[in-house]
Write a protein that binds this ligand. Sequence first.
Ligand SMILES: Cc1cc2nc3c(=O)[nH]c(=O)nc-3n(C[C@H](O)[C@H](O)[C@H](O)COP(=O)(O)O)c2cc1C
Length: 193
Amino acid sequence: MSSITQFLMERSSEPRLEAPAPPREVVDVALQCAARAPDHALLRPWRYLVIEGQALTALGELFAQACGDNDGDKARERAKSAPLRAPMIIVGIASPKPHKKVPDVEQIMSAAAGMSFLSLALSDAGYGVMWRSGSFAYDPAILEGLGLAEGETITGFLYTGTVSSEKPPVPRPSCADFVEEWSGPKQSRPWSV
Ligand SMILES: Cc1cc2nc3c(=O)[nH]c(=O)nc-3n(C[C@H](O)[C@H](O)[C@H](O)COP(=O)(O)O)c2cc1C
């Protein structure tokens, strides 16, 4: 088994993160890995925002402002402190470009593949990662506050930093649970033109 396969077999998300955040040179390499995502027609339909330090507090304010009138103070406080669960957040943004042959969904998948590559590279460098979305990822006020343009969406908030304590192992499904062999349509269809 190659070291890459071994690494993938052993990876897991880590929600308990603390400072230090990955340094800029590690983040740069990880973002270059993100840019290696398969990308139909080379549209580069993604971009990223790196958020750390005081800007995490500003993101928390944005989350709190997005809470509805029916949310209580507790929910607002939780929203405010959510970004402080890691010393760095990288926001993945899918930015589909108009194209005759490549529908938006393919471009969003490319952006999601980039998020995976980004998270794997950070993890390979020894940092913990946790890909999160939550309702904030779909809230128009948050999208506006983060500067998303019309048609752009958030693929996720990638929380990253130093693992403070590893999470317990997650049970992994076996291939038999989610793979079958397809050997042709169950009922043959009539030949038609
Ligand atoms: C698009 C996307 C959004 C996610 N959002 C959340 C989230 O908001 N909260 C959460 O606890 N896990 C979220 N997850 C799942 C975690 O990132 C993680 O995969 C899960 O906890 C399982 O851990 P594992 O990666 O070690 O298997 C999300 C995953 C994806 C792909």
